[in-house]
Design a protein around this ligand. Structure first.
Ligand code: FES
Length: 362
């Protein structure tokens, strides 16, 4: 289903670009059922602005669920060459608040707040187009965007697109990819279902990724740039197999939105000033913690069982953005917050260490 783009008033002629610093309202213009539990949602700017992003990036959405709303990052699955809109593809996660809300509620005509593009999971600049695009489950979205981008550019590429899923019916973009492979000379598809439940016959291999599988399916893997996205166990297996098969670490790139909170040890360096401790109050949850000046606020919050949304834990995605009511922090972000938000008193707890006692509106 979908709505006509003209209904979101695309201005004729040259149209302005979406400004990540000031624009935030998106309107859903189309919803597509990709598999039994995966949908694609396409968004446009209500003013008809064009989007500039790189294949592999994502948007941070603020969904109007509950009293305060909730933030989630979703990778773009569409081609950056098609600038009127962008699409994210979302799997319904059993018990997942946002994915279920999206599947059940998001429809053409609905507005949502979004920030982006964000993220650095993009093809290496001046790098080789000899790629292994490796995905597990819904991790396919950014590598699909990369493939669609290369197809739209008619750029010469040598791609092995390897997608692993539970069963053939869980293979996202199966038919779209087959269509792309018929017109992209350098695209070779390799689907790897764990089992063939629901499929009468399956022409290829089945099972999980393994060194033996890669030796058969991608014998020149060590010459390829590997871009991997999927659940944490999938990526961990892929990383170690690639290492074992001679892929240099600089040619292995991965993306994950799993929140891995790293306990940051206090570095013991001679002459380094001793860590100080500050009182940090999470006003809504009525919790107080003592936080070291060598520790991020998010790491301390996780340890202290304070609820704080997070995703990248690296100052990139903006999921943990919070209002600092009082106090000051040393923040080292990677693009996950805008200057105007900092000016308005917001900060990212995942990459901020306290410089004083703090009160946080969480
Ligand atoms: S969790 Fe991503 S910016 Fe903080």
């Amino acid at each position: 289903m979908g709505i006509d783009l003209t209904s979101v008033q695309l201005a004729p002629g040259s149209r302005p670009f979406w400004d990540p610093e000031t624009d935030e309202t998106l309107v859903c213009i189309d919803v597509d059922q990709e598999t039994h539990d995966v949908k694609s949602f396409t968004f446009a700017s209500p003013e008809g602005k064009q989007f500039q992003f790189e294949a592999g990036q994502y948007f941070l959405f603020d969904f109007p669920t509950g009293a305060e709303g909730e933030a989630r990052c979703y990778s773009i699955s569409s081609s950056p060459q098609r600038t009127n809109t962008f699409t994210v593809t979302v799997k319904r996660v059993p018990g997942g608040r946002i994915s279920n809300w999206l599947h059940d509620n998001m429809a053409p005509g609905m507005s949502v707040k979004g920030q982006g593009p964000l993220g650095h999971f993009t093809r290496p600049k001046n790098g080789s187009n000899k790629l292994l695009l490796l995905s597990g489950g819904s991790g396919i979205t950014p590598v699909m965007s990369i493939t669609r981008d290369l197809a739209d550019r008619y750029e010469a590429a040598d791609i092995v697109f390897l997608h692993a899923a539970r069963t053939p019916s869980d293979l996202i973009f199966r038919h779209d990819l087959s269509g792309l492979a018929t017109r992209m000379k350098g695209l070779r598809l390799q689907f790897l279902p764990e089992s063939t439940v629901g499929e009468k016959s399956w022409p290829g291999l089945t099972g999980r990724i393994s060194p033996e599988f890669f030796r058969l399916a991608v014998p020149d893997i060590s010459e390829r740039v590997v871009m991997c996205c999927g659940p944490a166990p999938f990526m961990s297996a892929a990383r170690s197999i690639c290492e074992q098969l001679g892929v240099p670490p600089c040619n292995y790139i991965e993306e994950s939105f799993d929140a891995a909170v790293i306990d940051e040890p206090v570095a013991i360096v001679e002459n380094q000033p001793a860590a100080k401790f500050y009182q940090v109050e999470f006003s809504k949850q009525k919790k107080n913690l003592e936080v070291s000046s060598a520790q991020t606020v998010l790491a301390a919050a996780k340890k202290g069982s304070v609820r704080l949304p997070s995703s990248c834990s690296n100052g990139v995605c903006g999921t943990c953005k919070s209002k600092l009511v009082s106090g000051s922090v040393e923040m080292n972000h990677n693009g996950g917050i805008r200057q105007r938000e900092i000016d308005a008193g917001f900060f990212l707890p995942c990459c901020s260490k306290p410089l004083s006692d703090l009160v946080i509106d969480r």
